[in-house]
Design a protein around this ligand. Sequence first.
Ligand code: TRP
Length: 444
Amino acid sequence: MELKLDPWGAVHVDDYSKLFVEFGISNFDQILSELENPHPYMRRKIIFGHRGYEPVLAAMQKHEPFAVMSGFMPSGRAHFGHMMVMNEIIWHQQQGGDAFAAIADMEAHAVRGISWERCRALGINEYILSLIALGFAPREGSHIYFQSENYSMRNLAFELGSEANFSEVSAIYGFSGETHISHMESVMAQSADILHPQLKEFGGPKPVVIPVGADQDPHIKLTRDLAYRMRKFLVELRGDYISIRGKAASPELMQAAEEALKDLVAGKVKRYEEHIDLTDIQISDDTGLAALQGTIDRLIINLEIDHGHYGFMPPASLYHRFMTGLTGGKMSSSKPESHIALTEDPKEAGKKIMRAITGGKQSLAEQKKLGGEPDKCSIYEFLVFHLSDDDKELLELDAECRSGRRMCGTCKKDVAERIERFLREHQQARKAAVDMLPEFGIKP
Ligand code: TRP
């Protein structure tokens, strides 16, 4: 079956390694060892891939500015799949990042036809309260917003629209002559969601990471492209010299770049019509040269901003695996039996667990003899994703299941109890979150 990532369709990704080869997503494994205190999702390979996370990691480690941003379409109930994105936002905020959470009401209205009133109610009750209950803190530099009310973002969406044309977005999203213009606008809104933390009013260009499910990758790729197109220079390391190429940069900007570079580096600054080469740079090793390239890019970005441009850095992304639905297949907001909502009655949630599809065998005797398959079990997955913070415990449960010592009935009862406890606590915290809404500028 051909693998297709479609933000508005159903995606079933059964082999995540294909995403590395076919889509150019990077394997998170290569970065994992550099994190001192990785999130459990990272440690457990639930976060499996990324694009361009390195600058985010570097900023985090050097205590330099960075941000995390993601969004939620208010089209139904928030479930444990959405909670993963929430937890990833919160974790990056706790690592010192500015945090942005969008309620994508423009998208829900344009693409799903959901009324503004309902978008607002779902946005607050399903997403925002849970986000706050899980730990999103009211801090300077952190924002929860509705797309329709964020005019910095909307103005940027309009600007971005002049860098993307119809053929391009049609090729990416399969748009046709029948596609509504508002649907297309919601695509630019999402790109603007992703880039607006880098606007001057939010502290200017910085590494920003977007945690999402792999279905959102087309948006990420497009937005990384748009970020690049908004730049006025391309700064590249080419062997032993650095090339600074103008992209329709004005003569004044070219002039300013030339002067700034002459002040910064010992070496030859050679100015051509539309580009500048730095040669004979006196630096002892290659890492020094790469670092210098970074410094120069930063300098050029600042110049671009001084001249009224954006100087965006390409946004990074993190991809997590989707949870399997309790009924098999993908967990989906539109299939109540497949998921457990964060606002679900705890007893009802327990019952859904008891009815869920496991990796068990047809009969008890067969299971005792052959053992179960935890890697095909939606219940075991709940433990790995959400309900056990103890890696050793998971390994033990896995072994007990495979060897036929642990039966599905016992396991389900255990997980049902854990989920009921979790939901009771979470729903308690949601009640407290209501009082915090004004701190985020949201009228309850
Ligand atoms: N399109 C996303 C979804 O369907 C929601 C979204 C809107 C989003 N803006 C975003 C996600 C910015 C990540 C970043 O769930």
